[in-house]
Structures are given as C-alpha cells and as structure tokens.
Design a binder for this molecule. Structure first.
Ligand SMILES: Nc1ncnc2c1ncn2[C@@H]1O[C@H](COP(=O)(O)OP(=O)(O)OP(=O)(O)O)[C@@H](O)[C@H]1O
Length: 264
C-alpha cells in the first residue's frame, strides 16, 4: 500500500538513540550512537574496519540487542522480546549481507526469492508475482529456475538483493554492496539501487559509490558517530578523512565527481 501522508508528517524511517553494545567478551562496539534517517533518505555509513558499522546494522532489525538505548523503525520500537512486533520490523527492514551465500540456501533462485514471502503466507499466483517483481527489479528474471550456487558472484549478490526486495521493505540496508563486483556489475547494481523507492542505508568502504548513491553520509569510528553531513562535503574534508582512515581512490576528486553528476 502506498503511504500518501506527507513525508514531513511521517515518523523517521530509522531513529537510533543512545545505542550502546558490548559483545559477550566485553568488547565495546557501540558507545552511544544517535542516528535519524527520514523516510526516503539515502545515507552511507562509512568508517574504518572495526568501527561498529555491522554491529549497528544488526541492531536495526533486532538481531543484536540488549545493550543500552533505543531503535525505532517508522515509529515502531525494535523490541526482540515482542515476537509479533519483531516479525513486522523484519518485514520492513531488509538487510542484504556482504556475502550473498549467507542469504541463498534453496535449490532454485525462485525458491530463494520466494522464501520470505511464503513465510508471510503468500501462495500460488500471488507468490509467483512477488518473485517475478523482485527478480525483474534486479534484472535476474531469466535466471529464475537456476541453482543459486551456479551463478556468478555478482549475479548471486543481485539475487540476495531480490530476496530482500520480495518482502517489499521500507528500508533497505546493504553491507558493502559493491565489494567483489567487476566495474560493469558495480555500475549496474548502482542503477538498480537508484531506481528503488526505499529508504537506503548503505555500509561501504567504496567512497565513490557512497557519493554516487547517497547524498548524506555518516562516519562511525570506535563506536561513535564522528561526522554526519553531505557526502561530498565529508569526502572533501581531508583532515576528517585522514582521522578516520578513509581513503579516496588515487586522483578521485569528490567535488568534481559530484558536479559532473549534478551539473548546475
Ligand atoms: N562476535 C563478536 N565478538 C566479539 N567482538 C566482536 C564481534 N563482532 C565484532 N566484534 C568487535 O566489535 C567491533 C566492531 O565490529 P564491526 O564488525 O561492527 O565493525 P565494522 O565497522 O563493521 O568493521 P568492518 O569494516 O571491518 O566490517 C570490533 O572491535 C570487532 O572486533
């Protein structure tokens, strides 16, 4: 169903407040994270290895919990003890993990993509339509009946995106979507992601990809938000980049790249 409310009147797609988390071995991964993403926003989550990005993502649908602070999805609290509530949250927040093989385990592509909707109770023509829609969105319709593990890595990543899209999520969270893709697959995935009418949160070390897809970026380091602003502004701030071990490809000029994409 399309939400016709004025976006300004809707609760934010994501509201994270004072989020803290330590792993059982005592390692503090999140030390008080505040992050709000409005409905329809596109935000890149940047930061060095070990910053806490994946730990934060795993809180967005309640896979990790139990530290301090709160997470809300479109105004609904993420409370893992509330089983019906968490099922609804997991329908709304689709997470595409870095390794597509973590998400593909059925004998055919269609069964993998249909797995989530079938769990929601969809059957027959309705289920088929949902699978077709998700596969078409990622340009993988012709691979419907193939064995997922016979596909290339880039194709498996697209199918992993389709398994999540088949749930018609409001928020799509991607963990390093461009990793291990050849340049053409990387660009094609960017075109797919740009076309989707969802709120996007993208964890990435690929800074040009962040610039291409997300007007806003957040830098996480040592479990805290270190910067939050326009992607082009953050990427052009050399001191900020150096402090947080963020490196642009040699010769890449974020201001020129942004200007060539959005000529005035
Ligand atoms: N299962 C775990 N048990 C203990 N510590 C963990 C566990 N998973 C992550 N950590 C620690 O928590 C911190 C944050 O890790 P996390 O994976 O969230 O970082 P990240 O920003 O996603 O890093 P990367 O860019 O390398 O993927 C790190 O210090 C890491 O060593």
């Amino acid at each position: 169903m399309i939400d016709m409310t004025d976006p300004a009147d809707r609760p934010p797609a994501l509201r994270v407040a004072g989020l803290r988390y330590a792993y059982p071995d005592g390692r503090e991964a999140l030390r008080g994270v505040d992050l709000t993403v409005p409905a329809g926003g596109r935000v890149a989550l940047l930061g060095p290895n070990g910053a806490g990005k994946t730990t934060l993502v795993l809180h967005l649908n309640g896979i990790l919990h139990g530290g301090g602070g709160t997470v809300e999805v479109s105004g609904l609290p993420v409370t893992p003890a509330d089983r019906a509530g968490i099922a609804e949250i997991r329908r709304r927040v689709g997470i595409v993990f870095q390794d597509p093989d973590d998400q593909l385990f059925m004998p055919t592509v269609a069964e993998d993509v249909g797995f989530g909707p079938a769990n929601l109770g969809l059957r027959g023509a309705e289920l088929d339509a949902r699978v077709d829609e998700a596969l078409a969105a990622v340009g993988m319709s012709e691979h419907r009946d193939q064995v997922p593990h016979h596909l290339s890595f880039g194709q498996r990543r697209r199918v992993a995106v389709a398994t999540v899209l088949a749930m018609r999520p409001e928020i799509l969270v991607l963990d390093e979507p461009s990793s291990n893709l050849d340049p053409a697959s990387r660009r094609e995935l960017a075109e797919i992601l740009e076309s989707l009418p969802v709120t996007l949160l993208m964890v990435t070390h690929d800074l040009p990809y962040a610039l291409e897809l997300c007007p806003r970026s957040v830098v996480l380091d040592a479990g805290r938000i270190a910067a939050d602003g326009e992607t082009v502004t953050l990427l052009a701030d050399r001191d900020l980049m150096r402090r947080h071990r963020l490196e642009l490809p040699f010769g890449f000029d974020p201001v020129a790249a942004a200007a060539s994409r959005h000529p005035r």
